[in-house]
Ligand binder design. Structure first.
Ligand code: SF4
Length: 125
């Protein structure tokens, strides 16, 4: 049987990789080769650390939990359209430089677009 810390790490990686889809607790332990008792302890530990959230779910007539990561790691996709990536001013841009992100209209517009997208997706759920 794998060590508990290894299992905890592997469980968290698996939960992270499933993202918003989540993973059934029982399925996760089966995949990782852990007992349900060991798995429940690990899930509680990850939840107590603030890394995951558990939501009760009825599956095949039995109550179980679906596990979701609380945060998703940043991806390149999340910044692929950031105006700074192709900006001709980026070499001389800095917080205290003459060209600054503090008052850049293009950056502000891009960030506001992200905020609007985020609030729309929260409104949909
Ligand atoms: S903050 Fe504005 S000026 Fe600076 S690199 Fe980004 S887009 Fe260019």
């Amino acid at each position: 049987m794998p060590k508990r810390n290894d299992l905890e790490y592997k469980a968290f990686q698996y939960i992270l990789n499933n993202g918003e889809q989540g993973v059934l607790q029982s399925e996760l332990w089966r995949i990782l080769g852990a007992s349900s008792r060991e798995g429940s302890r690990i899930a509680l530990k990850l939840e107590n650390k603030g890394l995951i959230r558990r939501e009760k779910e009825l599956f095949d007539g039995r109550w179980t939990y679906r596990l979701y990561p609380k945060r998703q790691p940043a991806t390149v996709d999340s910044i692929i359209d950031c105006p700074c990536l192709g900006c001709s001013e980026s070499v001389k841009c800095g917080s205290w430089a003459p060209v600054s992100p503090n008052d850049c209209e293009r950056l502000t517009e891009w960030l506001m677009g992200l905020v609007i997208k985020q609030s729309e997706s929260l409104g949909d759920s």
